[in-house]
Design a protein around this ligand. Structure first.
Ligand code: SAM
Length: 303
């Protein structure tokens, strides 16, 4: 490690992700080559470091957001699950997503006419442009516009908007509940999302959990979403730098007979390989299959 910068999560050349509240008794470690940036922004603690094996890594409030080596799994799944579950997505909203990776994926869809990103912390965007250029290239696309404000407030204002201003797909690519993203895991947020999409609209949100961590939190999240949306399903992606190597993604539709587990548009295998590194239409369907213990808890509400 050559840098003079220090951070409380980095000792003896290793970054350690510890959260006794969220994942007691376990920790994820990455070996650090150099610390690139340390900052306390008005919203959160920001760390960017170069790892020895996972490229540059963005950490907010001590929790890994993205690493250059495995980010595509999360960015592709949280983007393409809802976009391919929709027959003709034109207007797309991303809440959070300051690294730009989700925008990079959203604009791959020819049908998308406008992709708006609402990020609370402009600092994350600046740092991504400097240290995560393969993700931040999403910001350069002509279909993209960026609004710097609180995503909850943005949606609150939108609830009065005419139908023409509503969205086909809303992707909540937020950080975890301990911090500025806290309200994204609450029922009143799901109501705002519901009111901000068109009648055939779809939303997806990172669930900040997986079946190995606090599965009861996932159950509560799905229960709350079911009070608002007629269709609520759970998918997941594998991602080694997220605790337990997996992150759950909750996808909801406003249309009661909508089967979001099956893509409504399928590209040729050749086209899929050209555009994506993780997502494909077979994985779209398979990613919704839950292990038996999780299905019992999450689908059978009585457990
Ligand atoms: N892939 C990541 C994950 O799940 O770990 C999420 C990445 S992205 C960097 C998360 C972004 O959400 C951050 O840039 C953060 O600033 C933003 N964010 C948090 N709270 C927000 C809020 N209230 N409104 C808008 N953006 C918010």
């Amino acid at each position: 490690m050559s840098s003079q910068l220090t951070h409380v999560t980095i000792q003896d050349g290793w970054f350690r992700e510890v959260s006794e509240g969220s994942f007691p008794g376990q920790a994820m470690r990455l070996r650090v080559k150099q610390i690139l940036h340390v900052e306390q922004s008005p919203f959160q603690d920001i760390l960017v470091f170069e790892s020895t094996d996972y490229g540059n890594v963005l950490v907010l409030d001590g929790i890994v957001q993205v690493s250059e080596r495995d980010e595509f799994s999360y960015q592709e799944m949280i983007s393409h699950l809802p976009l391919f579950a929709h027959s003709n997505p034109k207007r797309v909203l991303v809440i959070g997503g300051g690294d730009g990776g989700v925008l990079r994926e959203v604009v791959k869809h020819d049908s998308v006419e406008e992709a708006t990103l609402v990020e609370i912390d402009e600092g994350v965007i600046h740092l991504s442009k400097k240290y995560l250029p393969h993700m931040a290239k999403g910001f350069d696309h002509p279909k993209v516009n960026v609004v710097i404000t609180d995503g909850f407030e943005f949606l609150n204002k939108l609830s009065q908007a005419p139908t023409s201003e509503k969205y086909d797909v809303i992707i909540t690519d937020s950080s975890d509940p301990d911090g500025p993203a806290e309200m994204f895991f609450q029922q009143r947020y799901f109501k705002l999302l519901h009111d901000a999409i068109k009648e055939d609209g779809i939303i997806i949100t990172q669930a900040s959990e997986n079946v190995w961590l606090k599965i009861q939190n996932l159950k509560t999240l799905m229960h709350d979403a079911r009070q608002i949306f007629p269709v609520v399903e759970l998918s997941s992606c594998t991602c080694p730098t997220y605790t337990s190597g997996q992150l759950a993604l909750m996808i909801c539709s406003k249309k009661a007979d909508d089967d979001v587990k099956v893509p409504k548009r399928v590209l040729s295998k050749m086209k899929e390989r050209e555009l994506f590194r993780y997502y494909n239409s077979r994985l779209h369907e398979a990613s919704f299959i839950l292990p038996t213990f999780a299905e019992k808890i999450l689908v059978d509400e009585s457990v």
